[in-house]
Design a protein around this ligand. Sequence first.
Ligand SMILES: [Zn+2]
Length: 341
Amino acid sequence: MSKEGGGAAMWVAGAGVAAVMMPFVLFIGVSGGEADAGVVGGALNPKHVPPEYLPWVLKAGSLCATITPPVIAAQIEAESAWINYRTSPVGAQGLSQFMPETWAGWGRDDDGNGRIDPFDPGDAIMAQGRYDCALARDVERYKARGIAAGPTLDLALAAYNAGPGAVEKYGGIPPYKETQGYVVAIKSAMAKYTAIADPGGGTVPAGQQMAMPLHGDFPVTSPYGMRVHPVTGVHKLHTGMDFGVPEGRPVLAAKEGTVTFAGWNAAYGNRVIISHGTIGGAQISTTYNHMSALNVATGQQVGVGTVVGLVGSTGYSTGAHLHFEVQQNGQYVNPAPWIGR
Ligand SMILES: [Zn+2]
């Protein structure tokens, strides 16, 4: 697999042969557990997946725990933008942009049409899943031996881009700009391919300006205010409240308003900003950060309790949590009184 080089338009038509798609049962957007949990971390939002590729994305995303359907979909978007006929200037082929030498190791006749072909969507996507899962097992082994540290998915994506040897050598994501950019790009693209169960609705409790941005009561692991930075030792304003919440829990709009931003920020990861208009003479906004998935788009109107995304650990974050902020005329203020804490 390779990056598509930035060269001139050298795409050539591949063997445009229709793959035989096998019917299988779709299991999209299933959320398990109790009603308020809504944990759907690995479920696929099929909206942006071409329907003819959907069964293969689901199947390839079920081969191992780390490589979920949203991972497969985000990689295909990055590799080929879902265009199957591409051959890159360096010779990478098909939806998953396999190089011939890599294809030789991972390609099989998954669609049963008698050919092992990187331009057969089924063959390509399943080979991608097998290769990803092998890389995930490689980095799990490094972690078990103390050679590398970090989330398995991040390390597997780095291994996909730079090779597992580079992850082993550096004990984590290698310090290559391209590789670091690749990990961020995939985790950012995963947000739109992740399904979210949205029961919707909610109310602001009496006597409060805003509702809790989460279902249930989670511990505040770091309050708003000045704190000593754990690495630099410097006093710095912590601009929001951190709630310790497991990955995949729904993040809720604290108040009705308009989404003014929903996307990627290097520091905040997947982030949503909601404007609530003027309250008490001041312009009020809330922000929701480090999410693993986004469920709203810029410009969208939301109500109290609308699911804006899922808890995650994207951006500058060392573990799953929700960093929740309130802005008053553009200045960060303590969210606690706003949510009755
Ligand atoms: Zn925080």
